[in-house]
Design a protein around this ligand. Structure first.
Ligand code: PLP
Ligand code: COI
Length: 341
């Protein structure tokens, strides 16, 4: 698409084709030199491991335009490390961290005209994707892999934005079980969440909150973001014990809450019951796409907890201002999180 035809001020979170993508191929135990190529379809064997057995992983990150016109990435080495962890879990090859960051910078620069302006609040979403594209018949890892990095200009993931979202806890579906692939960013985790999310949305909610698969009691995460609660003034998020995605936004928020707001932070099991008690004063979800999105209400069967009528809680707002301020370089980056392109 011609970037001049894009209204950057009314973007949602939808696919728009940009100019250039990055591709590297893995064969005979080695990655080829990565290349920038025009965004296009590519050939894949019908017997590709990713198509038949779901051997695919991805990442999600954003390039932002600052007030001064710079382009920033947020903690890209964390995404590189998580990509490699996901790869190892799915028996896929790792990718060199330095090369990955270099590739991100190249692909963002090549698609610079698609980066939404600072005042639009939008971002250039970056999607690194690794697939087992070699043909295979038995259930075994592919012999060939492809790393693709493409970009899409995006606005808010939730159209409700900072007014907050209504969520439903699922008593029927779970996302991941201990010993499974919940902590890897593998494509199949998302495929499995589509039906639960569709049903939740048909009842008027924005997203689902998954509970743990063993006890059906402890909060895991929201469909596409991590979960946070402020309980008795303490900033709490479910611990990462293998069934949730260890979010980079999550990790950053814990640090901001503790170091910048002086909050006590805890990573622990959160029973759904705690969310319906008065001591829980704020909840929000956090992720690259979701940024920090306040949760307005939570429903579990006949129980309903309303947190606000559209005004985010005080801590949620402060954390949002800090996080987005650092990401857009409006606030000094004392943590060294920002990488300029
Ligand atoms: N949990 C799930 C299931 C996600 O898809 C995401 C988004 O990537 C997150 C959590 C948040 O992770 P991050 O903050 O690294 O984007
Ligand atoms: C992200 O926040 O980057 C995600 O991956 C969420 C979703 C778009 C899959």
């Amino acid at each position: 698409m011609d970037p001049k035809e894009i209204d950057f001020y009314s973007l949602g979170f939808n696919f728009i084709e940009t100019k250039t993508m990055y591709i590297a191929d893995h064969k005979d135990g080695e990655w080829s030199d990565g290349q920038l190529v025009p965004f296009s379809n590519f050939e894949i064997s019908p017997a590709a491991c990713v198509l038949n057995y779901g051997q695919g992983i991805f990442e999600g990150m954003k390039a932002l335009r600052t007030k001064d016109g710079d382009i920033t990435l947020f903690r890209p080495e964390e995404n590189a490390r998580r990509l490699n962890k996901s790869a190892s879990r799915m028996l896929m090859p790792n990718y060199d961290i330095e090369l990955f960051i270099k590739a991100l910078k190249q692909v963002v620069k090549a698609n610079e005209d698609f980066i939404p302006p600072y005042d639009s609040g939008g971002a250039l979403y970056i999607r690194p994707l690794m697939i087992g594209n070699g043909p295979i018949l038995g259930v075994k890892p592919a012999l060939e892999y492809k790393l693709i990095i493409y970009t899409v200009p995006v606005g808010p993931y939730f159209p409700e934005g900072f007014r907050g979202i209504d969520l439903e806890m699922s008593t029927i579906y779970t996302r991941a079980a201990p010993g499974g692939t919940g902590s890897a960013k593998t494509c199949s985790n998302y495929a499995g969440s589509m039906l639960p999310v569709k049903e939740t949305k048909s009842r008027g909610f924005s997203q689902i909150i998954f509970l743990d698969a063993v006890n059906r009691e402890y909060i895991e995460e929201v469909g596409t973001a991590n979960f946070f609660a402020v309980i008795d003034g303490v900033l709490i998020t479910p611990k990462t014990s293998g069934t949730i995605l260890p979010g980079i936004t999550r990790k950053s928020i814990l640090e901001l809450g503790n170091k910048k707001l002086g909050m006590v932070t805890e990573e622990r099991d959160i029973s759904y019951k705690e969310i319906f008690e008065g001591s829980c004063t704020e909840t929000f979800c956090a992720g690259t796409a979701a940024v920090i999105t306040p949760i307005k209400s939570v429903v579990l069967e006949d129980k309903k907890r309303i947190f606000s009528d559209g005004e985010p809680g005080e801590m949620t707002r402060k954390l949002y201002e800090l996080l987005t301020g650092i990401q857009r370089m409006d606030i000094e980056d004392e943590f060294g999180w920002i990488v300029k392109v």
